[in-house]
Design a protein around this ligand. Structure first.
Ligand SMILES: Nc1nc2c(c(=O)[nH]1)N[C@H]1C(S)=C(S)[C@@H](COP(=O)(O)O)O[C@H]1N2
Ligand SMILES: [Mo]
Length: 494
């Protein structure tokens, strides 16, 4: 077909294309409204299909070039693809109506395609039905639009129909956001204790221009999906399954009846660039995992577990690491916010962020080793974190001195010193360190002041508690986490 014929074809069918596009969008949005949980509608399902079947070169491009734009790009692609899919089903209904001159047949075909595809995508009956209805409205509105005898009346009917479908899409989006989006983390009963600990952290923080203290003001978020699950604490439970003597299930109340602890814990994503911003610290409230795991009597041949979550995320790592783990339901004095795993997440001391599974639902003791979601994609992020000292603040004072500082983290190995060079690594001095916070997986802050004279290559490295100096070798975040000494050129004004 020539381009001109395609153009003419589109012009001839423009009303149907417009109706189908609006109907497709309304189908996706209606399914969102019906789902109640944002992970359970056709848009999230299409996103998962695109994410999990993207060819390796695309994945590589997204990882190395798009970086922080990866998530919004995936979201936009998913919305467009899902809309186009349901638009096609609407057009199929229009075509059947034209061929058979039976609106009933057209409606049935559109509805069956819409509902059937939704079901194949794995959404429940209600979101599937909700997606089928606007899809079936496409042949109905197409016929209505064709009926009037004058051009102006046809145009008015078309605009009304498209407007109606878009209105349905808008209203559904608002409803879906209200139904699935709102979780207000309530203050914890232990607020008095957390207040005290948080003010301790505040007092021990070093005052550095342009960077936060020992407890992060805003905590980074990394999710493999754009849609966070809505899990109400009354609906939540966690089951230990697999190679166990006896399955054990605990609900939120049961968890609250167990011993309560507060822990400062730092998390860093394995994808964090060397001096990146995917490393943060919070005060977490929860209960140790060991007793729960022991109660189930774990066996199996690999001494390993797979954790599963309400967003279908999964990770595999050694049972030994899990035994030191923590089930957190509080963060900085309130219940967990939705984005950080409400109502319950896992914290595994000293390991990369990715195995700190949010919205945890199941601990499966395995018989044979397996891979987690990110390991299937080439990452090695289940082990202990690499040590890093970051430069978060460079403050040039009027008197010619420069104060540099930031955060240093070495997982459970602990940071005992931070060394700073202002001459590119020839000579080193010890930085001032913030006092330690209670906990065995917490970062520290460092600061160093020097009299500036010309150009300085500031280099910083952490020393672990046993005296080990952070390795100098620089590696990229992919696949095993960024390593190396952070450096920054400081150009003194005078
Ligand atoms: N269920 C679930 N848990 C998850 C993730 C996820 O996508 N789904 N992302 C992981 C990754 S890669 C990291 S770095 C941490 C980040 O935790 P945060 O979002 O609370 O900072 O959560 C981990 N836990
Ligand atoms: Mo991560």
């Amino acid at each position: 077909m020539s381009a001109a014929r395609i153009r003419a074809g589109i012009r001839g069918n423009a009303p149907e294309l417009g109706l189908a596009a609006a109907g497709g969008l309304a189908a996706v949005a209606a399914s969102f409204a019906a789902a109640g949980d944002p992970t359970a509608f056709v848009g999230a399902a299409v996103e998962a299909v695109i994410r999990d079947t993207a060819p390796e070169p695309v994945v590589e491009f997204v990882r190395s070039d798009l970086r922080d734009l990866a998530a919004p790009t995936l979201l936009a692609t998913a919305v467009v693809a899902a809309t186009a899919l349901f638009a096609l089903f609407g057009l199929a209904g229009v075509a059947v109506d034209r061929r058979t001159d039976s609106l009933g047949a057209g409606v049935a075909v559109a509805a069956v395609l819409g509902g059937g595809a939704s079901t194949l995508l794995g959404v429940g009956p209600l979101p599937a039905l909700a997606a089928a209805v606007p899809t079936a409205l496409v042949p109905v509105t197409a016929r209505a639009t064709g009926a009037p005898t004058t051009v102006s009346k046809r145009r008015r009917t078309l605009l009304g129909s498209v407007g109606g479908l878009l209105g349905l899409a808008g209203a559904s989006t608002v409803l879906g956001t209200q139904r699935g989006g709102s979780i207000d983390p309530e203050p914890l009963d232990e607020a008095a204790e957390t207040e005290t600990l948080l003010s301790t952290a505040d007092e021990r923080s070093l005052d550095l221009a342009g960077t936060g203290g020992l407890v992060s003001d805003s905590f980074y978020e990394v999710d493999y999906s754009n849609f966070d699950p809505t899990v109400r604490k009354d609906d939540w439970s966690l089951t230990v399954t697999g190679e166990v003597e006896e399955e054990v299930t605990v609900d939120f109340e049961g968890l609250r009846d167990m011993s309560t602890e507060h822990r400062f814990v730092t998390l860093r994503c394995v994808s964090d660039p060397l001096n990146g911003n995917k490393m943060d610290n919070a005060l977490w409230t929860g209960t140790p995992l060991a007793d729960l795991v022991e109660e189930a009597g774990p066996g199996g041949g690999c001494e390993c577990v797979r954790l599963r979550a309400a967003d279908d995320y999964y990770q595999v790592f050694p049972l030994a690491a899990l035994r030191n783990g923590f089930l957190a339901y509080g963060m900085n004095g309130t219940e967990l916010p939705k984005g950080h795993g409400h109502p319950v997440r896992v914290l595994i001391p000293g390991h990369w962020g990715e195995i700190n599974v949010k919205w945890i639902t199941e601990i499966e003791v395995l018989d044979r080793d397996a891979e987690g979601y990110w390991e299937e994609r080439g990452w090695h992020g289940t082990g202990p974190v690499e040590t890093v000292a970051k430069i978060g603040s460079v403050d040039e004072r009027d008197d010619g001195t420069v104060r540099v500082g930031g955060h240093a983290y070495a997982g459970t190995r602990g940071v005992s010193a931070v060394e700073v060079s202002t001459d590119g690594g020839d000579t080193w001095s010890e930085a001032t360190l913030s006092p330690t916070l209670p906990g065995d997986d917490v970062w520290r802050m460092w600061a160093h002041e020097f009299a500036a004279d010309g150009t300085h290559e500031v280099v910083v490295r952490a020393v672990e508690s046993d005296g080990t100096v952070q390795p100098r070798e620089e590696t990229d975040a992919y696949p095993s986490g960024a390593t190396g000494w952070v450096s920054r050129t400081v150009e003194a004004e005078r």
